[in-house]
Design a protein. Sequence first.
Length: 354
Amino acid sequence: MARVFLAAALVIGLSAQGHAETCPAPLPVAHSNNAVAALDVAGKRTLFSFTGLKAGKTWADTSRAAYMFTEGETAWVQLPDVPVAEGRLAATAEAVGGKVYYFGGYTVAEDGSEVSAPENFAFDSVSKTYSRIADMPVPTDDAVSFVYKDRYIYLVSGWHNTGNIRDVQVYDTEKDVWFKAADYPGSPVFGHAGGIVGNQFIIADGVAIVGKDAEGRRKFDTVNEGWMGTIDPEDPAKIAYRRLPQLPGRGHYRMGGAGDSMGNRVLFVGGTPNAYNYNGIGYNGEPSEPKPHVFGWDFSKDSWVAYADKPTASMDHRGLLKWHGDWITVGGLTAGQETQAIVLGTVTGAACDK
């Protein structure tokens, strides 16, 4: 969605409480499209980054690497690689009960062929070990994920091998089983963003197949859509959907997104209006450039709200993490499709962008 709102829209700055000494250090190795998560370990905020794409941005630069940053430390710690044979892109990660759950993603072969991966893992933040968990019923990458009731992890829409799907797949962390929830009614997309507050989640934008070109090849483009899903408190498989008002302009791709319970909103940051695969060059042959926009769906106002742009435009994110009163992205692509190791805040003047 374009991030230029009507003049009457309320523009509010997000609260920033970070300081230079609390800003996480850059990743040891620059990555984009990395799965990220955060949880408290022994009372300290701890960040995690898994897999993604290194700076060369070719099939050979897909990564299996994993890193952890602990509040009060000065550097990330390299963790054991994700136990898969090949690097992965567009996976997703969520923290529940002291563990980080890693889902999906896709592999890229030298000939350019891509395969959505079914394997998933639980990473124990104390023992630093991975455990294989139940495979995803429909292997999916570039999905939106979020946690409900500190138990259920939802994966909404995304790409499965040769096309987008509407499936909403739910993993039960207590039983190690999957079940299917009500399908996503919007355009099936990949690279969308979203988050949950309570039992309500918001999904925005992404990339859809929008027809074929003159040579009969599929065309990909961003979509400008927002949807709210309300999960039935008595049945996590039941979801009532509502189409949200459309914002002016083009949809965005690979934003960072997250639910902000304190603010009663779902936040979206960065992204690009020009769809691309993984190297930052658009399907249309044009280089994709990131945007600095920050916006959200405010449940209290029942409307979209625009916030001040973040200091550094970025894209190719797989999540948005809470850190010392701010919301941050880890890695990603900045102007000129440059792969980054840095941590970026969402607030103008935030310590993480100085």
